[in-house]
Design a protein around this ligand. Structure first.
Ligand code: GLY
Ligand code: MN
Ligand code: MN
Length: 353
């Protein structure tokens, strides 16, 4: 079964075996969530190689491959197998091997005919199964609940760090296994930094607060952003907020399978550009979401990837103005043939707390 998933990649690259080292690709192909070890795949066998700390763990999760425990020389056992199977050429993951790992591996293997994969395995992960979408949807629903919760807690005088901690605690105590990434809680001028780290800054009356967070549920990530205002918004805050909201809605209404990531990005970007804020939207519109928080496909100015039904992506336009503040609104959606299905349910009116 694992071999069948990668058979076409092997044919195209002309190799007889692949050694997978990226933890997310390992999990996708084998089910093993331990994050250590490597997966060997050939037409003769699929074997998860781990050290003894992970043997029982891997055996409990790997349903479609054998598990072997490595000894003091990490790649001896796989080399023995390669010799036994008569493998003459092998692929490694170019993006996921450090120079040191590559050197160690290539010195240990008798097979010196080594090809680097680029992102062929990440491509496999782009289209999600119903099983995967269910888990992303559950993770997203925990995020929605956390947003409702924080609206009841956040108040002037609370620091960004405290706000982020409360969101994290809520998600972890309501079913999340982990965070998809560190919670972003950026208030006032900090909200102009798309990826701010929560600071000791106290949230003040008049601040925009960008809350960007997600959690992991049974391996799968969620990702959402809402921007709220503390106290009564001023005219410029309302203007900026509404442009981002309109841009996001234009994307949600028009993105569908068959368009490229660049065309999808343009659905929101055009709205922001037409309002004169082109320079204030520096990042792409979105990214794939799955086992990892930022996966393929990208929705961006440079993405030629054609969107297909079953991909799960974020739709997250923003306007960031240095010295004023920023707004981002982000949902996670499933691409369908006729549009998108939104997995994020939280309110998008400008909420004042
Ligand atoms: N903070 C991660 C993201 O929204 O992409
Ligand atoms: Mn996000
Ligand atoms: Mn995102």
């Amino acid at each position: 079964m694992i071999f069948e998933k990668v058979e076409r990649i092997m044919e195209k690259t002309g190799v007889q075996a692949i050694i997978v080292t990226d933890p997310y690709n390992i999990r996708y192909l084998s089910g093993f969530s331990g994050g250590e070890g490597y997966l060997y795949i050939s037409k003769f066998a699929s074997v998860m190689y781990v050290d003894s700390r992970y043997t029982l763990w891997a055996k409990s999760e790997c349903k479609e491959c054998a598990v072997e425990t490595t000894g003091r020389q990490r790649y001896k056992e796989v080399n023995d197998r390669i010799v036994k199977e008569g493998i003459e050429n092998i692929a490694l993951e170019g993006k996921h091997l450090t120079y040191n790992m590559f050197r160690e591996l290539s010195e240990a293997l008798v097979c010196k005919n080594i090809t680097a994969l680029s992102d062929e395995l990440e491509h496999l992960r782009m289209i999600k199964s119903a099983y995967e979408i269910e888990r992303i949807e559950k993770a997203e629903s925990i995020g929605d609940e956390a947003f409702t919760y924080i609206l009841g807690e956040i108040r002037p005088g609370m620091t960004e760090k405290e706000t982020a901690m409360l969101i994290e605690m809520y998600m972890r105590s309501h079913g999340a296994d982990a965070l998809s990434f560190d919670v972003i809680a950026a208030s006032g001028l900090n909200s102009a930094k798309p990826h701010a780290t929560p600071s000791d800054k106290k949230i003040c009356n008049g601040d925009f607060v960008v809350l960007d967070f997600g959690c992991v549920y049974e391996g799968y990530c969620s990702d959402m952003t809402r921007t709220i205002v503390v106290g009564k918004p001023d005219g410029r805050q309302v203007e900026i907020y509404n442009i981002v909201k309109t841009a996001q809605q234009a994307a949600l209404d028009n993105i569908k399978a068959g368009m490229t990531g660049r065309e999808a990005d343009a659905k929101a970007r055009t709205v922001i550009e037409n309002k004169g804020y082109a320079d204030c939207f520096g990042h792409g519109l979105g990214h794939g979401i799955g086992l990892y928080i930022h996966e393929m496909p990208r929705l961006s100015l440079s993405s030629d990837t054609v969107l297909e039904s079953g991909m799960v992506v974020s739709v997250e336009p923003g306007i960031y103005i240095d010295g004023f503040g920023g707004v981002r609104i982000e949902d996670a959606v499933v691409i369908q043939n006729d549009g998108v299905r939104n997995l994020t349910k939280s309110c998008k009116e400008l909420i004042s707390v």
